[in-house]
Design a protein around this ligand. Structure first.
Ligand SMILES: [Zn+2]
Length: 339
């Protein structure tokens, strides 16, 4: 298994707190590109320069993940949080989290009243205000020696690898996409290009694709492709009637719909004779970097290529590494064939 992939899955980077991850990404991608920039949002923009005046292609994958910020410490040393992004609160009780403090990482446990003591009313869907993090502090004073208001929190990192190339981890959405950017850059490194390629590890996607917006406005690309995860529908209880079936391991997913430029989509589909792909229809703006890219810089021809993912926004988002490899192939071939 790719040690680098394992490494990048375990770096904490909730939206707004991506710096540590971005520094590592920058170090890895710089050997495959001509220059690397960091903007004020914290996006990393790695550029393969094409000939002067040639088209610009922006490939964007977001590095941020969902998480929490400590917003209050009570008299007994329990920590209360606000969520960053779409947290599934029902999954929280009994879970281990990492609190990222100035002095390093400390473990916290999200507490829950024991099942023996839980009454009917208390079994309702949880709000984030119903949960607390326990660091065995016993007093506010004691807790404040270890954590501060504003420290960020992530699920405790744990990567599970399977022999068939599937893996499960928190933040697979969209670190697997960022890894795909790296694989694409690696693949194109030896090739002569007739366009410039901008590899963007974007910030704050989970809060409305805020990083991709500023990056697209800055780059002014002719074509923008977002690389993200999409919902697989190949597990028990998944409803395929309207969405169709999306399988882990059956290749990248090409999206069709109003968010997607028909020429870019057509060119991607044309590559499907050599690369296995799946299709998905999203009849509204997608919840990805593709949404804001299309609306940036006077309007950009935009597409979305996704890696199927089971259990999105849970601590074990499952994907197939082969799907990510095929996605890199698809993007690389798109760049080489069309420009
Ligand atoms: Zn995502």
């Amino acid at each position: 298994m790719d040690e680098f992939l394992k490494n990048i899955l375990t770096i904490p980077a909730p939206s707004g707190y991506e710096e540590e991850f971005q520094n590592i990404f920058k170090e890895h991608i710089k050997k495959y590109v001509d220059r690397v920039e960091t903007d004020n949002m914290g996006n990393i923009i790695a550029v393969r320069e094409g000939p002067m005046g040639s088209p610009k292609i922006m490939l964007s994958a977001h590095c941020d993940e969902v998480g929490f910020l400590i917003s209050n410490i009570d008299e007994n040393g329990f920590l209360y949080v606000q969520e960053i992004g779409g947290i599934d609160t029902d999954l929280l009780p009994g879970r281990k989290v990492d609190i990222h403090t100035e002095k390093g990482k400390i473990a916290g446990i999200i507490g829950k009243k024991a099942i023996h003591l839980t009454r009917g009313e208390e079994k309702k869907k949880l709000e984030v205000s119903d949960i607390w993090i326990d660091i065995a502090a016993n007093s506010k004073e004691n807790a404040e020696k270890r954590v501060q208001i504003g420290d960020f929190v992530t699920y405790a990192k744990d990567v599970v690898f399977y022999e068939n190339g599937f893996l499960a981890s928190p933040s697979t959405d969209d670190r697997i996409g960022v890894w795909t950017l790296l694989e694409t850059a690696k693949m194109l490194a030896e090739q002569l290009l007739n366009c410039s390629v901008y590899f963007v590890s974007s910030c704050q996607e989970e809060l409305g694709a805020r990083g991709a917006k500023t990056a697209a406005d800055y780059i002014h690309p002719d074509v923008g492709i977002a690389i993200d995860v999409t919902h697989a529908t190949d597990y028990p209880t998944a409803d395929t009637k309207v969405t169709g079936r999306i399988n882990l391991g059956n290749g990248p997913v090409i999206t069709m719909g109003p968010n997607i430029n028909s020429w870019v989509c057509h060119q991607l589909k044309a590559l499907a004779k050599d690369i296995p792909v799946q299709y998905e229809v999203i009849a509204r703006p997608t919840g990805t970097d593709a949404n804001v890219m299309q609306l940036s810089s006077g309007g950009i021809k935009t597409a979305l290529v996704s890696i199927p993912c089971r259990y999105m926004h849970t601590p074990y988002e499952m994907v197939s590494v082969d799907d990510a490899r095929q996605t890199a192939q698809l993007l690389g071939q798109f760049v080489l064939h069309n420009f």
